[in-house]
Design a protein around this ligand. Structure first.
Ligand code: MIG
Length: 773
């Protein structure tokens, strides 16, 4: 039923787009353009005219590029014109991307070849193996059944982007569909040598990223879809959450216990039960009589408070948020004008239409009272959106028969001002995957507006391509079981490879009962994941760090202390993600793209370029085998050296897990703190792990950790290099503190090389220092 577009003839240019048609299907066309030197776009339109209509809109609707793209952050006008290039050259660059487009009466499909050696990564939040080759699945956000696992077909966040990597030559490329409706992906499942992506509707828009390294692809992809702005430093600390801490008193107890028992912690989280019967932006005043007092006590302890907000708005004519939304027509409606209603925690609810900027502005401002009371950041949940009383899908698999807004609900993005085109609305079926992201956007923009001098921090459950611009992501309701430690790794690495660097899982597991050993191993996984939060469902035994006594409590503490020591390294990685789109938690192939063994590793990850973490994920295990890529690796705990390029078994008593440092790397670290901004990082330790004859270079990034001044350049860079010569070692430190001056007295330089440890303290602030050890 699909007809492939072939025998294309070039029709000419329209603006920056080059247009082709075929006699076979005169009522459709292909338009391609080059954006920058490594990003290309081709779109297939079911239309005989290139008039920018029918772009992800309800059938027959009008819109223009890129205005109606929720995914793309950088519009056509922001890329250089292609005018410099000769027409024939542009055409020859685009031609390879004109193959594989097909059309059916109600669907459009793009098919790309898969090379025999090609593996497929990215594709957002998915369970199962890291390499998606051979699999077929829908891109459609849902709140999956309790206990998601390897067979769950789709999750809360889906991202229609894949990275193809041919391991024999290490070359990577990427493909993004700019589509927020359902995409049926087939990565070599029905045809082993082809990847296809199918959508409904009248337009199919694909972006191609030419690489050639995985890092290049991520850079190109995030140039188009946007990057994570720097989050506040405290959000990189350890967080404690529970569904639910039920009272002000309990919050006080948890925070005080953290401090008394020396568990580093930067934030406590309030789940839905802090509200007045699940009404957003309200408090249960009998259990939380004085939120301001509670929050100021937390702040005095160096803690932050995060509160949850869901989209479902209780239908209650005495509830101000409902009243305002009705008065201004902010809630989603069906085509016939009826309000869409669905059941969530508060009972019958209506749902804000976040596709409209006026609705996002309203919602963003609703956070004001919470912020005034001192709440520091927001957590958006249930934003797929999850609706518990509706079954709207008749898919053959149980998992997709899930509850969300109906396909024929409308999103009135056409009312957008000031860019507003008075266009018709978009059907939910074409908008669905953007709903959660647009809620997070409303929250992010609201926080930024209300507190313009602080970096917003938002955590979201649902999102799609581009969500990194607004929020960090956690992977929802995992289970307190060993398999979920393993499952977290490929899932979060693929999320990172889909542009979302700030990601984590519920430490300890959400559903079910945890136990001491499992909790510790979960904490060792989470200690070096970008987002580090312990969270647990209602009705389960407690799983705070102290819940299972010794030796578990000490082992948990020590894992988190490792994170806090490495905070200068992590912070620099967050900045790298913000400036180039690089993931923080990286699959081994990211730095070893030609290494076939590394390409298959799913149970270990790199943290930046220098650390390799291999968590324990089997009950009772006190050792595991780890693949170390080529080169020399140092055991983080013992300093022992191991040659890479193979598998080895390493011991892991409860209080440790296999963790390695790449030779010829410089790792910045500081003392343990109880919260990230407790003291200045003093001394700043620079540990150089060196091979004989080795050379290492590193640039440490620092800024004030909370304001937006870094965007105007208020940051410090410290270039460090270490060189191992025949008879001595030199370390050079060059400070660039003109725009921001970190408070620092001293560097502690430690060099490990050839079985020896050399050490020296140097006074900071001298500009450029050459140290001989
Ligand atoms: O239906 O707010 O994933 O983290 O604790 C459950 C209660 C709703 C799901 C989230 C979870 C949160 C819980 N929420």
């Amino acid at each position: 039923m699909f007809t492939e577009l072939s025998k294309l003839s070039f029709k000419g240019t329209f603006g920056r787009e080059y247009v082709w048609q075929t006699a076979k299907k005169p009522n459709c066309l292909l338009a391609g353009t080059i954006l920058g030197s490594q990003v290309l776009r081709v779109r297939l339109l079911r239309s005989s005219r290139l008039d920018n209509t029918r772009y992800q809109l309800a059938d027959g609707g009008a819109g223009t590029l890129p205005y109606h793209s929720w995914i793309v952050a950088k519009g056509d006008e922001q890329w250089h014109e292609t005018g410099q290039l000769e027409e024939a050259i542009v055409r020859s660059i685009l031609e390879p991307y004109l193959q594989g487009w097909a059309i059916a009466p109600d669907a459009l499909r793009l098919t790309r070849p898969l090379a025999s050696e090609e593996r497929v990564f990215g594709l957002g939040e998915r369970t199962g193996t890291m390499n998606k080759r051979g699999q077929a699945f829908p891109i459609w956000n849902i709140d999956p059944h309790k206990g998601h696992g390897p067979r769950t077909v789709t999750m809360y966040t889906s991202i229609p982007f894949y990275l193809g990597l041919t391991l024999n030559d290490g070359r990577a490329h990427g493909v993004l569909l700019d589509h927020t409706g359902r995409v049926d992906v087939d990565m070599g499942n029905s045809n082993g040598s082809a990847a296809s992506m199918t959508v409904q509707g009248d337009s199919l828009i694909a972006y191609f990223f030419t690489g050639p390294t995985p890092a290049d692809v991520l850079k190109q992809y995030t140039e188009l879809t946007g990057r994570m702005p720097m989050p506040p430093r405290w959000s990189m600390g350890h967080h404690q959450c529970r569904w639910s801490y039920l009272s002000q008193k309990q919050i006080h107890q948890i925070a005080t216990r953290m401090r008394e028992r020396n568990h580093p912690c930067d934030a406590i989280w309030l789940d839905i039960d802090y509200t007045d019967e699940y009404r957003n932006f309200t408090w249960n005043t009998s259990t939380f009589p004085d939120p301001e007092q509670m929050i100021s006590e937390l702040h005095a302890q160096g803690m932050h408070l995060v509160t949850i907000i869901d989209p479902g708005t209780k239908i209650d004519k005495h509830y101000a948020v409902y009243q305002q939304g009705i008065e201004h027509d902010y809630f989603c409606r069906f085509q016939n004008g009826e309000l869409f209603t669905g059941t969530v925690w508060p009972g019958a609810c209506v749902f804000p239409d976040y596709s409209q900027s006026r609705v996002r502005d309203w919602w963003g401002n609703l956070y004001q009272p919470l912020l005034q009371q001192g709440v520091d950041a927001m957590w958006n949940d249930m934003n797929e959106p999850a609706v518990t009383n509706l079954l709207v899908h008749d898919e053959p698999t149980a998992e997709t028969k899930t509850n969300t807004m109906s396909d024929d609900v409308l999103h009135q993005a056409g009312r957008e001002q000031p860019t507003g085109i008075d266009g018709p609305p978009t059907l939910h079926k074409f908008y669905h995957n953007a709903y959660g992201m647009e809620m997070a956007r409303a929250t992010y923009e609201g926080l930024l507006h209300l507190r313009p001098d602080s970096r917003p921090f938002v955590l979201t459950r649902s999102g799609t391509a581009g969500v990194q611009r607004y929020a960090a992501l956690w992977t929802g309701d995992n289970t307190s079981q060993w398999a979920d430690i393993l499952m977290a790794m490929p899932m979060c690495m693929n999320i990172g490879m889909s542009g979302v660097a700030f990601v984590g899982v519920d430490i300890g597991g959400f559903w079910g009962a945890s136990n001491g050993e499992l909790l510790v191993r979960f904490a060792q996984l989470g200690a070096l994941m970008p987002f580090c939060r312990n969270h647990n469902a209602m009705g389960n035994p407690d799983q705070e760090p102290w819940s299972f006594g010794e030796p578990f409590e000490s082992a948990y503490r020590s894992a988190i202390e490792t994170r806090y020591r490495l905070m200068p390294y992590l912070y620099t990685l967050f900045h790298e993600a913000a400036s180039s789109g690089a993931p923080i938690m990286r699959p081994l192939y990211y730095h070893y793209p030609q290494d076939e063994q590394a390409g298959g590793v799913e149970d270990a990850f790199l943290v930046g370029e220098s650390l390799l973490s291999a968590p324990i994920y089997e009950q009772g295990a006190t050792s595991r085998s780890v693949y170390l890529p080529a080169g020399i690796w140092f055991d983080y705990w013992t300093g022992d050296e191991y040659p890479g390029g193979g598998w080895n078994t390493f011991t892991a008593p409860l209080e440790r897990w296999p963790l390695f440092i790449r030779a010829n790397s410089i790792l910045p670290s500081g003392p343990v703190m109880q919260f990230v901004d407790q003291y200045p990082t003093e001394p700043l330790t620079l540990t150089c792990h060196m091979a004989t004859d080795g050379l290492a270079t590193y640039t440490l990034y620092e800024d004030d950790g909370n304001s937006l001044a870094y965007q105007q350049g208020a940051s410090a860079r410290t270039d460090i290099s270490c060189r191992v010569l025949k008879d001595f070692v030199t370390v050079e430190i060059e400070e660039h503190f003109d725009n921001y001056r970190p408070s620092r007295e001293e560097y502690e330089v430690i060099v490990h090389t050839g079985g020896r440890t050399l050490q020296k303290k140097v006074q900071a602030g001298q500009g450029k220092m050459v140290i001989r050890l």
